[in-house]
Design a protein around this ligand. Structure first.
Ligand SMILES: NC(=O)c1ccc[n+]([C@@H]2O[C@H](COP(=O)([O-])OP(=O)(O)OC[C@H]3O[C@@H](n4cnc5c(N)ncnc54)[C@H](OP(=O)(O)O)[C@@H]3O)[C@@H](O)[C@H]2O)c1
Length: 296
């Protein structure tokens, strides 16, 4: 099951908050959560080596260790390249980015072991290392692919020019960026246009603003967004989170939200939101609220 624009799930399931950085699911709860997602045909799971201070891949992997049947039916993305200060990585003196071939390779080997799998469907470079050498990266990607350890490669948080540079040397399948009503750069900085031109998947992390859009806020723009969300939710007989997913999915680039919830009923609600179609004007009502004024 290749990760391409034509067969990607409508949502990717994020794992950042499933472990110690969030809900701290038990192995049985992970298993129920994974199965619940897969029953909805949501088979893409998004990891990173660093989640849970380098523990979440391992927690998720405990399920795969005993449930080999699940592995072949899912696609696993993981990321590398951020080095956190952590008691689980005592050799890191400061927080840094590292996209050297040796770090990428070592990180892939650790992720494979933690996840109890022989291959990663997609490996993402988590953030652009200011010192990255695209030729070195292209070479290590070829090696990892030849060894069968990684089937496809992508990036995260890369600017359009960084994406172009690497993509000219080695094929990339996605750029995972922060996109929500609170982070709208991708609509204006060429990122989404580039994905459309190259037919790569734009995936959106923190699609609900990391949950900020549901909190009581004194920020007038957030309050404005919440007001419009309530109006549209009523009109579409939906909830605010469902409207936010419909807002992202309306863009013709085919944005795939990376869901951050650890509650299966919220994943089910996201799935039901696939039938919501916002009108052009409704999309702009939310844009206007986020901008805090009428567009120019
Ligand atoms: N590439 C990168 O640099 C990067 C960076 C950050 C994240 N990511 C990926 O993106 C995924 C999603 O990011 P995110 O977790 O920030 O996404 P998000 O979906 O914007 O935020 C998730 C948060 O919102 C809460 N939430 C969801 N629905 C809600 C509702 N209806 N009412 C109130 N609260 C609600 C969730 O709590 P509940 O669990 O209680 O529902 C959770 O705390 C991550 O898991 C990770 O895989 C990637």
């Amino acid at each position: 099951m290749e990760f391409t624009k034509d067969n990607i799930s409508p949502y990717i399931i994020g794992t950042m908050r499933l472990g110690t950085w969030g809900s701290n699911l038990s192995t049985a709860e992970y298993e129920r959560f994974i199965e619940g997602c897969m029953e909805l045909d949501l088979i893409d799971f998004d990891h990173a080596d660093i989640y849970g201070h380098y523990t979440t891949e391992e927690d998720f992997g405990k399920v795969l260790k005993t449930r080999k049947d699940l592995r072949s039916k899912m696609r696993i993305t993981t990321k590398c390249g951020i080095k956190l200060i952590s008691e689980n990585r005592p050799e890191h003196r400061i927080k840094s980015y590292d996209l050297s071939a040796s770090h990428i390779e070592a990180s892939v080997n650790k992720s494979l072991a933690s996840l109890h799998t022989d291959y990663l469907d997609v490996l993402l470079l988590h953030r652009p290392d200011y010192l990255f050498n695209p030729y070195e990266i292209a070479e290590v990607f070829i090696k990892l692919k030849k060894e069968g350890k990684v089937l496809a490669f992508g990036v995260s948080n890369f600017s359009p020019s960084q994406f172009d540079l690497l993509h000219s040397l080695t094929p990339l399948v996605t750029n995972q960026i922060e996109i929500s009503l609170l982070h709208r750069n991708a609509f204006e900085d060429g990122t989404l246009n580039q994905c459309q031109r190259l037919k790569v998947v734009p995936s959106a992390w923190s699609p609900l603003g990391g949950g900020e859009l549901f909190k009581n806020s004194t920020d007038s723009k957030i309050k404005g967004i919440q007001k419009v969300l309530a109006q549209l939710a009523e009109k579409h007989e939906a909830t605010s989170d469902q409207i936010l997913y419909a807002w992202l999915r309306k863009h013709p680039a085919g944005i795939i939200p990376v869901l951050g919830t650890s509650k299966i009923e919220r994943i089910q609600a996201a799935h039901q939101a696939l039938k919501i179609q916002l009108t052009h004007e409704e999309w702009y009502m939310l844009w206007e609220a986020a901008l805090g004024r009428e567009i120019d």
